[in-house]
Ligand binder design. Structure first.
Ligand code: AHM
Ligand code: MG
Length: 336
């Protein structure tokens, strides 16, 4: 396979993708550079004890920041100077971030989780940056409002993630298939390694935190039970795999086929609609999985059709191979 970088790939497919404009290319370039910067810091995570604890000044006289704060600062700083955004929203910031009037601005809005799964950092587990891109609804003359941002996921113009794992990968879609690029550290470029990713129609993996079993409703328990003994057919076996890092669990299931569930539960009133966020986690992964031939629902409804009411709204997430997601839907409808 010839070595093709992300930007070359985007430009090459310019004719097919309305997103391959110079402006979008600029935005993606900033995302790529941010990802490389975050990657460098993530690779040093185990050295924090040696170089200094978070909040302290390290041996080089630099203030040591928590990695998720660091990732957030890098993304906000780099993306807002791309000149193509009017607003940004991050899982780490309560409110919308408007691009200052004295900065060049554009029509795009980006919503991101800067470092998903960051509670796993100390155990050297894969973590990731997830992003979702929209075009504002109002015209560029008017000030951006939350209404410009609270759009259904179906209106996303692009979505992707960077996974910091055994290798670092960028996976993204502009609505024209899903493509994966692996960072070659020797040249510092993301090179096309997984063109046109398709998720198997039925998977062999189910991923859910079964420690919450007692906090689920009966329909959810029935759905998860199914994967332990599918169709009462002892020959078909699902494997249980749960990392507890959404990007890593999703990425594995995307490549191998499988289903990830984070249902609603009663363990925490804040999670009565699940733990994951609609706008910065569920929507972008839902766009990716659909582009790869899979499905994403809240158990019953398509994620991309949900109208967000607030920026940090949470949603139950059932995502992965189509037949597995449909199977869960049957149990959820029966129990509704
Ligand atoms: P975070 O955005 O604070 O990192 O939380 C989201 C993470 C996901 O990566 C993962 O799927 C989930 O939390 C795991 O939660 P739990 O430990 O409840 O299973
Ligand atoms: Mg997260």
């Amino acid at each position: 396979m010839p070595q093709i970088t992300v930007i070359e790939h985007l430009l090459y497919h310019q004719k097919e993708s309305p997103m391959a404009t110079g402006r979008f290319t600029r935005l993606l370039s900033e995302m790529i550079l941010s990802g490389k910067i975050i990657n460098q810091e993530v690779n040093k995570a185990g050295l924090v004890e040696i170089l200094g604890l978070t909040g302290e000044t390290n041996i080089q006289g630099e203030k040591v920041r928590k990695l998720d704060e660091f990732a957030n600062q890098v993304l906000v700083h780099r993306l807002q100077q791309a000149g193509v955004l009017c607003a940004l929203a991050s899982e780490e910031n309560a409110d919308l971030i408007l691009v200052p009037e004295d900065c060049p601005r554009g029509d795009y809005i980006i919503i991101f989780d800067p470092l998903d799964g960051s509670s796993n950092i100390d155990a050297n587990v894969s973590i990731g940056t997830i992003f979702s891109i929209f075009r504002r609804i109002s015209t560029g003359e008017e000030p951006v409002t939350l209404n410009d941002v609270l759009q259904k996921g179906a209106r996303q113009v692009a979505a992707g993630y960077i996974i910091y794992g055994s290798s670092t990968m960028l996976v993204y879609t502009t609505g024209n298939g899903v493509h994966g690029f692996t960072l070659d550290p020797s040249v510092g470029e993301f090179l096309l390694s997984h063109p046109d990713i398709k998720i198997p129609e039925r998977g062999k993996i189910y991923s859910v935190n079964e420690g919450y079993w007692h906090y689920w409703d009966q329909a959810t328990r029935n759905a998860v039970d199914y994967f332990k003994n599918p169709d009462n057919d002892s020959k078909r076996v699902y494997r249980s795999r749960y990392i507890g890092s959404l990007v890593a669990d999703f990425h594995r299931n995307l490549l191998y086929g499988g289903i990830f569930l984070y249902p609603a539960d009663t363990k925490d009133p804040a999670c009565s609609h699940g733990k994951l966020r609609l706008m910065c986690e569920a929507n972008p992964l839902a766009m990716i999985v659909e582009q790869a031939g899979g499905m994403a629902t809240d158990g019953i409804n398509r994620i991309l059709d949900l109208q967000p009411k607030e920026l940090h709204e949470r949603v139950p997430l059932v995502i992965g191979s189509k037949l597995d997601v449909l199977q869960v839907e049957k149990f959820m409808r029966a129990g509704a």
